[in-house]
Design a protein around this ligand. Structure first.
Ligand code: SF4
Length: 377
C-alpha cells in the first residue's frame, strides 16, 4: 500500500510500472465496465486525480478466498492497482496491527471519514444464537457489519458468502448465516457474487465510483449489469459445440479432449449470469470451463442449493416429470403452438365455409322469388 501523500503516478513509478501498462489498465477497465474505449482517458484522469477512497474491509464467515484472489495475481496486477486506488484502513489479514489496536484503527477510520468510506465485506454473516458463531473483537460480526456498513458511503459484498450466505447458508447449515443485504437493509449495496469474486469486477466497481461518482447500474439483486447482465452460456468459447450437438459425455473422453461443450457433464452455464468467460481469472489466464470443468453456477442466488450437484444437469422444469429437460419442454411448447396454429387455421376455414353456405341458403329463396316475379307465368 502506498503512503497517503504519494500520488498514483509516483506510486506506479516506484513499483516500476510503465505509463503504457497504466494505460492498458484503464483500457481494460473501460472494457470490463462495458464502456466504449473513448472512456479510457476519462478513467485515467479520474483515477490519477481523485483522492483515494478510505476502505474498511470486514471478514466474516468464509474461507478468505476473496482476499486470496486479491493478493495472488501476477505482476503488475489489477489487485495491486486496486490497493493503490483505495486507502485500506482496516483489513485483519493485511494490517500490521492486531487485537484491540486493530479495532481502534477501524473505529478511528469510521470517525474521520463518516459517510465517505467504502465498506467491503467478505464472508457470510451468522445470526444464529445471537451471532456467536463469528465474533470480532468480542462482538458479534453481525453487529460490526451493521455499524460499519450503516455509516458507509457504499457497501460492496464480495463473494457469494457475503452476498447471500453462500456455503454457510446452504441446506444443513446451523449458524443462521445470511448475506450483508439481509443484515443492513438500508445500505447502498453492490453485490459481487462468485466463489471467489473476480477481482477485476471489484476493481471496476471502484473505478466506476471514482470516474462517475456513483455506483454502477445494477439488477434487482444489486449485481452490476456490466458483470452479471449476460448469460455465461452466451459468452462461452465452447458455445459453438453446444449448437452443433458436440458434447463431452464423460471426463477425459475424446469430446472433453477436443474442447467440446460440458453441458452433459453438469455445466450450469445456460442458467448462470456472469462475465467469467470474458474477464477470466488470474489476470485473464483462464476460467473453469477453459480448464475443462463445467460452470457450477456460483454467481447465482443460493447457488449451493439451487445449482447442485455440480456434476449433474439441473432437474427438469416440471416437478412431476423430472426426466423432462428444459430443451424438451421448449420443443414441446413450440410443437404445441404450431399444432394449435394449424388447428386454429383449420377451424377458421371450416367456420368460414359454414358461414358461406348459410349465406347461400339464406339468399337462395329470395333469388327464386325474384326469378318468379320477373319470368314467371
Ligand atoms: S460449456 Fe457450459 S457454458 Fe459453455 S457452451 Fe457448454 S453449456 Fe454453455
Amino acid at each position: 500500500m502506498r503512503p497517503r501523500d504519494e500520488s498514483l503516478h509516483e506510486s506506479m513509478v516506484r513499483r516500476g510500472m510503465s505509463r503504457r501498462a497504466f494505460l492498458q489498465f484503464t483500457a481494460a477497465m473501460a472494457a470490463a465496465l462495458a464502456l466504449p474505449m473513448s472512456y479510457a482517458p476519462r478513467i485515467a484522469t479520474a483515477i490519477t486525480t481523485s483522492p483515494r477512497i478510505p476502505v474498511i474491509w470486514l471478514r466474516g464467515q468464509g474461507c478468505g478466498g476473496e482476499t486470496r484472489a486479491l493478493l495472488q495475481a501476477p505482476n503488475p496486477t489489477t489487485a495491486e492497482l486496486l490497493l493503490e486506488l483505495v486507502s485500506v484502513e482496516y483489513h485483519e489479514a493485511l494490517m500490521a496491527r492486531s487485537g484491540a489496536s486493530a479495532e481502534e484503527a477501524r473505529r478511528h477510520a469510521q470517525e474521520i471519514a463518516p459517510g465517505s468510506y467504502i465498506a467491503i465485506v467478505e464472508g457470510a454473516v451468522p445470526t444464529g444464537d445471537n451471532g456467536v458463531y463469528c465474533t470480532v473483537g468480542g462482538r458479534a460480526f453481525s453487529e460490526v457489519v451493521r455499524e460499519v456498513c450503516g455509516g458507509a458511503l457504499a457497501t460492496i459484498a464480495v463473494g457469494s458468502c457475503a452476498v447471500d450466505g453462500g456455503a454457510p447458508a446452504a441446506a444443513g447449515g446451523t449458524t443462521g448465516s445470511d448475506g450483508v443485504g439481509a443484515i443492513v437493509s438500508d445500505a447502498t449495496l453492490v453485490n459481487l457474487p462468485g466463489c471467489p469474486v473476480n477481482v477485476v469486477n471489484l476493481t471496476a466497481t471502484i473505478v466506476h465510483y471514482l470516474t462517475f461518482k456513483a455506483a454502477p447500474a445494477t439488477d434487482a439483486r444489486h449485481r452490476p449489469l456490466f458483470a452479471y447482465g449476460n448469460l455465461l452460456h452466451n459468452q462461452c468459447e465452447r458455445r459453438a459445440h453446444f449448437e452443433f450437438g458436440e458434447f463431452a459425455m464423460t471426463w477425459g473422453d475424446e469430446g472433453a479432449q477436443r474442447g467440446w461443450c460440458l453441458y452433459k457433464l453438469g455445466c450450469k452455464g445456460p442458467e448462470n449470469f456472469s462475465n467469467c468467460p470474458t474477464e477470466r481469472y488470474a489476470e485473464g489466464a483462464s476460467w473453469p470451463v477453459a480448464a475443462g470443468h463445467g460452470c457450477i453456477g456460483c454467481t447465482s442466488p443460493a447457488s449451493w442449493d439451487a445449482m447442485g450437484p455440480a456434476y449433474d444437469r439441473l432437474p427438469g422444469p416440471l416437478p412431476f416429470a423430472p426426466q423432462v429437460t428444459a430443451d424438451q419442454l421448449g420443443l414441446a411448447l413450440v410443437g404445441g403452438v404450431a399444432a394449435a396454429t394449424v388447428l386454429h387455421g383449420g377451424a377458421s376455414a371450416i367456420r368460414l365455409r359454414r358461414w358461406a353456405a348459410e349465406e347461400r341458403r339464406a339468399s337462395a329463396p329470395a333469388a327464386a322469388d325474384s326469378e318468379a316475379e320477373e319470368g314467371g307465368p
